[in-house]
Design a protein around this ligand. Structure first.
Ligand code: XMP
Length: 313
């Protein structure tokens, strides 16, 4: 049977009404999935649900303000928690990707439990969708990456878990979002944020560099493809701790490397690298090396998924 947005929304609301006893909190990432869930949950239970957005310090420039704007426009009961100090300290000295994911995942849960206790909630609503749990070893495949919203959950979590979107794929999420007039969020962003886009240790300095490079990559690609259907599914910068020799003006430099990743896919399960035009790559590379002096080399990732995953960690 074909997927029907109206029926899906009705059944998700019914599930929330039936299973939410008392109050719940909702984990928002600012992405399409959890924003959709917040809108549906708001329709189903109103102020019995608090939507919580955690500022991890691993976010992109302007992200907190964007989230505030969207949630206010739907009159959702929400709160932003600034926990950047906690996250960045917890990641100090950590280089292993799975460790980073576990640390971020556990911190998320710890903070949500704290906020939930204050709010008197017994249930955690999460925007988990099918690819999240399938790739976390849910049923079909081996563990590829422990996505924070599945693999990072402590086994004895005190909150009851409610995941009304868990059978949906990305294209269905887009369909339902459009049906509810939720603005299209241009691209997904992982829960562990920039921590899995910095190879090696996450430091404040590296976060700052990556934030600048990310902004340049996103702005240039969005501008290039404005009004066209060819905008890649996801496009971002990755910071490599590898330093190489370069030249700036008449001075020798020894700077970091940025990799540009852009991918075309329908459901994030498999995909091909986007064929970005050389002129676009040229402009991104020149802007990054001109504006971020610690970076003196830019490379383009030409790996499909599989064998590469979309994120580098
Ligand atoms: P990969 O890198 O596994 O990514 O090919 C597939 C899609 O999932 C996003 N992603 C995540 N989303 N928590 C999330 O909510 C995570 O831990 C996580 N890791 C990857 C990724 O950006 C891509 O869209």
């Amino acid at each position: 049977m074909a997927f029907n947005s109206r029926e899906f929304v009705e059944s998700a609301k019914k599930q929330i009404s039936n299973e939410l006893i008392g109050r719940g909190i909702l984990a928002c990432s600012g992405g399409q999935d959890s924003t959709l869930l917040a809108v549906i949950a708001n329709e189903a239970a109103g102020d019995r649900i608090l939507s919580v957005f955690i500022d991890t310090g691993l976010l992109r420039e302007g992200e907190v303000d964007d989230v505030k704007k969207t949630f206010s426009s739907f009159s959702i009961n929400f709160r932003v928690i600034d926990a950047s100090e906690e996250f960045v300290s917890a990641l100090r000295g950590v280089t292993d990707p799975e460790q980073k994911r576990k640390i971020v995942g556990n911190k998320f849960i710890e903070i949500f439990e704290r906020v939930a206790a204050e709010y008197g909630a017994n249930t955690l609503l999460q925007g988990t969708i099918a690819p999240d749990w399938i790739e976390s070893g849910g049923k079909i495949r081996d563990v590829i990456k422990s996505h924070h919203n599945v693999g990072g959950l402590p086994e004895k979590m005190k909150l009851k878990l409610l995941e009304p979107l868990r059978d949906l794929y990305k294209d269905e999420i887009r369909e339902v979002s459009k049906f509810l007039n939720i603005p299209r969020i241009t691209q997904p962003f992982p829960g562990p944020g920039l921590s899995v886009r910095i190879m090696g240790e996450v430091t404040r300095e590296r976060l700052e560099l990556l934030r600048k490079a990310t902004k340049i990559v996103e702005t240039a690609i969005e501008k290039w493809y404005a009004g066209s259907d060819d905008l890649p599914w996801q496009f971002f910068a990755v910071l490599l701790p590898i330093r190489t020799t370069g030249i700036h003006g008449d001075k020798r430099t020894y700077g970091y490397t940025i990799a540009i990743r852009a991918i075309d896919t329908l459901d994030a399960m498999s995909g091909t690298f986007s064929r970005l035009p050389y002129d676009l790559l040229d402009s991104i590379s020149t802007t990054i090396t001109n504006e971020v002096k610690e970076i003196n080399r830019v490379v383009f990732d030409v790996t499909n998924k599989p064998p590469g995953t979309i994120e580098w960690e």
